[in-house]
Design a protein. Structure first.
Length: 305
């Protein structure tokens, strides 16, 4: 039998895991590695990319930065989450606010040390990234449009850390980033619709709060149609291999998503839409392998891109 202190420690570990959303971070790390192998450095052997120590440090630093971002976001949103996510909030509150801040500063200090192992440019990048996450959590997320745009930009910044490392400005990289950014931006507005009660109670001026639900749905519809632009270039202009299958299926799902969007009226229905977008984003990560599956067998591209 575990002692009371041991049980309390386990509960606090679970609570901190919930605060940093530990289930999301491995997906982001995997996405960075797959992007490095299949998009950012296609001319290199897959094994040499995976075994690159500097890349490993960048991925770890990105993961820790994202974790610290979730901590500071949770710190500022504690009152709002009591309304929007009461069950999760009860788990998160097992770790005190002062403890969350201590962990936040400790994690960021570790990120700075790791970044210095790579370069001073990496240190500068992660310092700016940490500041932007804090500024978004503290100020920007309370405002419509700019808060959503900042959130979607912050979500794709870890991939720009890889881009800065390899310095390969392939045009298809920006098309991939544009498609991902649009999906994340749509998801952010859906989250605003989902959390509208807590936002109103805590004076968050999100798009649904300030402009209304219909305006938010129209904005989401426009953004959904805008995904056609980067996908057109990815499928018709650039070589994405078998990943075009993912984009075709995504369009079918997004049409279904829009039909559900205009019928959605309550939190559960908006949560379902949120999960559809999350599914598209996660499957998109694994679909990167479809760009050229031969890499998994031969270790490098058989054809030069």
């Amino acid at each position: 039998m575990l002692s009371r202190n041991a049980k309390l420690t386990i509960m606090k570990i679970i609570s901190m895991f919930s605060v940093v959303r530990g289930y999301n971070i491995p997906i982001i790390a995997l996405a960075q590695y797959l992007s490095a192998v299949f998009i950012f450095s296609p001319e290199k052997r897959a094994l040499s990319v995976i075994m690159d120590f500097n890349l490993f440090i960048i991925v770890i630093a990105s993961s820790l930065t994202i974790a610290s971002g979730y901590i500071i976001n949770n710190f500022y949103d504690s009152k709002k989450d009591l309304i929007n996510r009461p069950n999760k909030s009860q788990i998160d509150r097992l770790v005190s606010q002062p403890t969350k801040l201590q962990v936040y500063f400790t994690v960021n200090f570790i990120v700075a040390l790791l970044a210095m192992l790579v370069s001073f440019k990496a240190l500068g990048f992660f310092s700016v990234y940490i500041f932007l996450i804090w500024f978004y959590s503290h100020k920007l997320k309370k405002y419509p449009i700019i808060g959503n745009l900042t959130a979607s930009s912050l979500a794709v910044l870890p991939f720009f850390a890889i881009l800065l490392y390899y310095k390969n400005l392939y045009p298809q990289i920006f098309a991939h980033a544009a498609f991902l950014s649009l999906l994340i931006l749509i998801r952010e507005i859906i989250k605003d619709l989902e959390n509208i009660k807590g936002d109103i109670a805590n004076d968050y001026k999100t798009i649904p709060v300030k402009y209304g639900e219909i305006f938010a749905k129209r904005t989401i519809t426009i953004l959904t149609f805008l995904t056609i632009i980067p996908v057109y270039f990815l499928v018709e202009t650039y070589d994405v291999g078998y990943m075009d299958i993912y984009f075709y299926i995504s369009f079918i799902i997004l049409i279904f998503f829009l039909l559900l969007l205009w019928k959605a009226k309550n939190k559960i229905q908006f949560l379902r839409l949120h999960n559809i977008l999350k599914f598209l984003i996660v499957t998109g990560v694994f679909s990167i392998v479809l760009i050229n599956p031969d890499v998994l067998i031969h270790g490098r591209y058989l054809l030069k891109i």
